[in-house]
Design a protein around this ligand. Structure first.
Ligand code: ADP
Length: 540
């Protein structure tokens, strides 16, 4: 045994389980008066935020909920959601945030699969929650969030949230965290095929990713973070805990609505926010008279789908500074960042936004990210051209899929998490995603990246949104078919768009068909490419 291992044991003084719950406890001590949470007229400082979270923890305890029990929550981005993110893990229970756009059958499946013991639910969702509870077929206690800003909905629960809080003691609850590997939350992937999979997060990963976000986005106690990203999505990419770690201010928002977003930006002098590219596109294309600015440009993190560089540019023109992140539910949200190099500043905006549209390098809190051939697990050359699968390893990869050892083993094969995304490695070490494995088009043996074609289509002045999918082709096996939404109906025709594509890409990549109309979206706002693929196959 080395001298450095002798008599130097891990013990309480030098080894504590990492848990993001410790951030709130610290903030309440260090900056008790600092504004922690803003929601309409409601304002809580860190002392109050901690007190309310403690009371919720105690109330849950008194209801018999403790270590290893699952508490589900169906809520908008409101203070209750933030409190649940601290209270539930504090007693060692597991928080299951539900995607509020899911249908009743999927909600019932999740409540059953995750073995929820209690549901905290915003009144606005009572119609769908009632339906889900009927399908669940077993009693489940419900606590109502009766938010004054909710749009309707009845109270269906056993108790109101505020009364529930009052039923808890304002004392330090029994610490439920003894091991950083303990489960902290359960989040379901959208399940585009079959039932969704439940990703289980641990305290250690949530702690690290929260700090990773803080450092990636430069969040400080002077930051005012606007909640445009749903907190149910990867626990708000762990910003739920990250903003608290920084002791910044959480500015709540129930709805992603351009007018409301711009009003909040101005009124609360917002410094940071996150959103999927679809949200950016919505803001960039909203009427100019709605646009408001904060005292300086808002740091905006985007990810969840590839942001077209034209969208990044448009946002930079209206008061945002965009950072591009990539990740999955399995990686607590962000795992890579397109870290701008100093000399990119000198590039022309189009060149800079093309660099920024790459997914980048691994987070400081991620061990590694690489592009590999999935069968051999060998890295592809850094030539910006050879396609492989993006693999990630580190401490911010989920524990695994709940009650699904086969899928877990499959995902972690060879010591890396297989993302299912195909991409290339550039010579500067930056990763660029070309497609999801199931979306890439194989035409005459050549790979065609649908993202690359979409990138061009988004630059066409008449096009608001675009999605490209594979369509069966007699000669080539598959060929690209584009679905587009125009700013104005009749703003461009098929011939014109195809001609535009021929001017901007290799001819074999040019879509053979252009279909006009609205694009179907998933519950997380992603375009449902599988539906479009079916449509393309039916109509070709
Ligand atoms: P779901 O799998 O349910 O759609 P996720 O949020 O886990 O929900 O989606 C992760 C997927 O989103 C990734 O595998 C990738 O395909 C896509 N994605 C996320 N961020 C980016 C990005 N910055 N660029 C391109 N694709 C992205």
């Amino acid at each position: 045994m080395s001298i450095f291992e002798q008599d130097l044991e891990q013990q309480e003084a030098n080894y504590q389980p990492l848990s993001p719950v410790s951030f709130l406890q610290r903030a309440a001590t260090v900056r008790p008066q600092q504004l922690a949470v803003v929601h309409g007229e409601r304002r809580y400082n860190y002392a109050q935020f901690w007190q309310r979270s403690r009371q919720l923890a105690s109330a849950l305890n008194r209801r018999g909920i403790g270590r290893g029990d699952c508490v589900a929550i169906m809520a908008c981005n409101t203070p209750e959601m933030l409190e649940a993110h601290n209270a539930v893990p504090l007693i060692g229970a597991v928080l299951n945030s539900l995607n509020t756009r899911l249908d009743a059958a999927t909600l019932a499946f999740i409540l059953e699969h995750g073995d929820a013991r209690l549901l905290i639910s915003d009144r606005e969702f009572s119609p769908i929650v009632k339906e889900a509870l009927a399908l669940l077929g077993r009693p489940l206690p419900v606590i109502d969030i009766d938010d004054v800003l909710a749009e309707g909905g009845e109270l269906i629960g056993d108790m109101d949230y505020e009364a529930f809080l009052r039923s808890g003691a304002d004392t330090q609850p029994t610490a439920g965290i003894t091991d950083e590997w303990q489960a902290i939350s359960l989040l379901y992937t959208s399940g585009t095929t079959g039932n969704p999979k439940g990703c289980v997060y641990h305290h250690r990963g949530a702690y690290l990713n929260a700090l990773g976000n803080m450092s990636a986005m430069g969040v400080t106690h002077a930051s005012r973070y606007l909640w445009t990203l749903p907190m149910f999505h990867c626990d708000g990419w762990t910003f739920t805990w990250g903003v608290t770690a920084a002791m910044g201010t959480h500015v709540c928002l129930r709805k992603v609505d351009p007018a409301l977003i711009f009003q909040s930006i101005e009124a609360e002098d917002v410094t940071h926010m996150c959103g999927a590219p679809i949200v950016l596109n919505m803001l960039a294309n909203s009427p100019a008279e709605l646009h408001r600015r904060a005292s300086r440009d808002v740091e905006l993190a985007t990810g969840g789908a590839a942001p077209p560089s034209s969208v990044i540019e448009a946002m930079e023109g209206i008061g945002f500074k965009v950072t591009h992140l990539y990740g999955l539910t399995e990686t607590y949200g962000p795992a890579t960042i397109c870290l701008p190099q100093d000399d990119w500043q000198e590039l022309k905006i189009e060149q800079r936004s093309a660099r920024m549209a790459r997914q980048g390098v691994h987070y400081v809190t991620v061990e590694n990210a690489a592009i590999m051939q999935a069968d051999s697990m060998e890295r592809v050359p850094s030539d910006g051209n050879t396609i492989g699968e993006l693999m990630i390893r580190g401490n911010t990869v989920m524990k695994g899929y709940l009650k699904n050892p086969t899928a877990t083993a499959e995902a972690f094969k060879g010591g890396w998490f297989h993302t299912g995304d195909l991409g290339v490695m550039h010579d500067d070490g930056y990763i660029e995603i070309k497609d999801r494995a199931k979306d890439i088009i194989i035409s005459g043996g050549e790979n065609i990246s649908t993202l690359e074609i979409e990138e061009v289509l988004f630059r066409h002045p008449a096009i608001l949104e675009a999605a490209v999918v594979a369509m069966p082709h007699e000669t080539w096996g598959e060929s690209p078919c584009a679905f587009v939404t125009l700013h104005k109906p009749g703003g461009a025709d098929e011939k014109e768009i195809i001609a535009y594509c021929r001017d901007h890409m290799a001819h074999f990549k040019v879509p053979k068909r252009i279909v006009f109309g609205p694009l179907p979206k998933t519950s997380t706002g992603k375009i449902q490419k599988y539906t479009l693929r079916e449509q393309a196959a039916d109509n070709h």
